[in-house]
Write a protein that binds this ligand. Sequence first.
Ligand code: NAD
Ligand code: DAU
Length: 337
Amino acid sequence: MKLLVTGGAGFIGSNFIHYWIEKHPEDKIVNLDALTYAGNLENLKSIENNPNYKFVKADISDKEKINEIISDEKPDAIVHYAAESHVDRSILGPEAFVRTNVLGTFNLLEAARQNGNIRFHHVSTDEVFGSLGPNDAPFNETTPYDPRSPYSASKASSDHLVRAYFHTFGLPITISNCSNNYGFYQFPEKLIPLFVTNLIEDKKIPLYGDGMNVRDWLYVEDHSGAVDLILQKGKIGETYCIGGNCEKTNKEITYKILEFMGKDEKMIEFVADRKGHDLRYSIDSSKIQHELGWTPKTSFEDGMKKTIQWYKENESWWKKIKSGEYQNYYEKNYKDR
Ligand code: NAD
Ligand code: DAU
């Protein structure tokens, strides 16, 4: 099997590639990524010379290039992770979100359709369903869409396009809507890696609003396991919701990180709230659990301990990001390949 993974130099995509190479070493992987600020090929350093792995630098908003790559590579399946992924950035500059998440997904769907109806798995988010009140039932596959940020609106739009290609053209698609991931290689702009790395550097940690917003946390390796099952056994045309069954307020997360790192609550700095800040996300994963036998394996305690340890042991990885040096990695190591 040959997989073309988009966004494989990002957080979840690179974890997925590591997972896949370990689980299915006979398979071939093409990692297609534009290397935006969020793409870091150092995430894949340990496998960059694996003969079954190949990196291709390309922007999914470039329709001709994408069609050319897919027609040359002829993958058996496309696993689509590439996206602009950070809500705060979508508030500051929404345009890139429309270009990559909407237009880029459209270009990939067209290329998949024009090159023999290639199997297409689209990785999406629980944020497309909107914001829950404290006592609302969790989101599931039948929850109506109600995106509220430019990020979630662009992801919702891409989900609709993917479903439209199934109904209209018979493209063999599946979609997954996942809750908040955490783990190794997460860019230190997101809550957990930002707070952990700031605390290692003895810097304050900025908690938005009153810290009472709720997210449902999933260890990234468990997300990769779910996407693997969907690719192997998922029903074409279907959507699967993936969650950690682990709802926590941001305050709870913050106090857990402080506890594990032996730091004082004086390190918290309450700052202005995010505009349009969704109150609560929660996922009901019973469909993927019952139909495909998936279940999250990593407890929050274990996942957080492993994650904090990883950031402590890999200071040079995130320090290069904070200094901007990571953006030279491609030029230094890939130029002559
Ligand atoms: P990330 O920001 O860490 O990585 C995104 C990757 O996509 C980067 O490598 C970047 O270079 C690449 N990319 C961006 N624009 C591109 C373009 N135009 N062409 C090609 N490549 C491009 O994101 P992530 O957190 O790993 O998220 C991956 C996917 O999972 C996204 O689709 C996101 O919506 C979804 N998701 C994320 C989470 C989460 O908690 N992080 C949860 C649910 C779903
Ligand atoms: O729910 C899935 C989504 O989870 C994904 O689709 C997104 O790609 C991913 O970025 C994530 O979105 P969130 O906005 O939930 O993640 P973030 O880490 O940015 O924020 C988590 C919560 O923490 C949110 O309520 C805002 C808050 N926060 C975040 C940051 C960066 C803070 O309080 N302080 C911060 O500095």
